[in-house]
Design a protein around this ligand. Structure first.
Ligand code: AHG
Ligand code: MN
Ligand code: MN
Length: 334
């Protein structure tokens, strides 16, 4: 008999919540509802390759149902799972220009949800890993519909964050401030089972992940740092390996487990890089810090950036503590 116990996501959430005296259980319900949305998204994602047989996105499938693009489907699924729960007062999604109100007929709760419904969506047609990212805050406003102020909170105020990676298996990784925990979906029973308890990112890795096609637009500090990682030095495990999927969730997930650094720097074309603070950088920075790593925008901690716009972008340097610290030094020196 194996020694390990079998723990579902739902049981884990309840046990973590018990460590917080006075918890009402409302928050556990937010995570439980989200896990339902993720299973529905997984069901569709895993059929993505059948689209040519069953009907292309934007057309009707053989049963006459209209087939939606997966990112639209994922976006609607999260909204439809979460809007009526009574636990949220407002949402925001990478797919919507403005904040998303809870419909009038439903009660408003004390939490705020932000999400990137499908990350790495450009990879879907090649059957490469993609993901979903989420972030939860406590509301600031006192009652009724949540407002833009409830959404535009700095990342250090997150009370939970996580992602699902749809890879060779589907995993959910989340934190509520008590470490980072990973669950693997067992499709035969439709449950996320605890598979990676209290994940810690290695202090130093051997991997760097960056879109090197942007090299010519990079600042000197970034160019010098990457060159440094490519130089030979047995004492510091250099040269590093280059690994870049082009799905942030999948790139981050690999580096979280193996150690290393992911960079999406600002460059001569886009001073703020590409990735979005509220839907991508903040939740992953929260998870990375919870796992013992670091996440900065080049000048400060990602979690300390005060957001001013819903779809704001910031540079991102995230991963193993020592790797990010060395990168920071190169960026400062220019
Ligand atoms: P999304 O699919 O949510 O728009 O995000 C795409 C992002 C991210 O997943 C990925 O790491 C990055 O774009 C890749 O950008 P490049 O193609 O510029 O490397
Ligand atoms: Mn994304
Ligand atoms: Mn997206």
């Amino acid at each position: 008999m194996g020694q390990s116990k079998i723990v579902t996501l739902e049981r884990h959430i309840i046990e973590i919540e018990r460590r917080h005296p006075g918890a009402t259980g409302n928050f556990s319900n937010v995570l439980r509802d989200l896990s339902l949305a993720f299973k529905i998204i997984w069901r569709e994602v895993s059929k993505a390759g059948l689209v040519n047989i069953l009907g292309a996105a934007g057309t009707q499938n053989v049963s006459g149902d209209s087939v939606k693009k997966l990112d639209v489907f994922a976006d609607e699924t999260i909204f439809k799972t979460m809007d009526h729960s009574g636990h949220l007062c407002v949402m925001a999604s990478e797919e919507h220009e403005s904040i998303i109100a809870i419909p009038d007929q439903y009660p408003k709760g004390k939490y705020v949800l932000l999400y990137d419904p499908l990350d790495g969506s450009g990879n879907i047609d090649a059957n490469v890993s993609i993901g979903t990212i989420f972030s939860v805050y406590r509301r600031i406003s006192h009652q009724g519909n949540g407002t833009i102020e409830d959404i535009l909170q700095p990342g250090y105020k997150q009370i939970a964050a996580g992602y699902v990676v749809f890879g060779s298996s589907t995993m959910l990784v989340y934190s509520t401030g008590d470490g980072v925990h990973g669950f693997t979906l067992d499709p035969s029973i439709g449950e996320f089972l605890l598979s990676h308890e209290d994940i810690k990112i290695p202090k130093r890795g051997k991997i760097y992940s960056v879109n090197e096609g942007n090299y010519k637009w990079w600042d000197n500090g970034v160019k010098r740092y990457i060159k440094h990682l490519q130089e030979e030095d047995a004492a510091t495990s250099r040269p590093y390996a280059s690994r870049y999927i082009g799905s942030l969730v999948a790139d981050f997930h690999r580096n979280l487990l193996y150690g290393g650094i992911y960079l999406y720097p600002g460059d001569a074309r886009n001073r703020n890089g590409k990735l979005r603070l509220m839907y991508e950088n903040n939740p992953l920075a929260y998870l990375c810090e919870q796992a013992g790593g670091r996440a900065i925008n080049g000048e400060k901690r990602i979690l300390d950036v005060i957001p001013t716009e819903l779809h704001q972008r910031t540079p991102l340097f995230i991963g193993s503590e020592e790797d990010v610290t060395l990168c920071e030094k190169f960026l400062r020196e220019g």
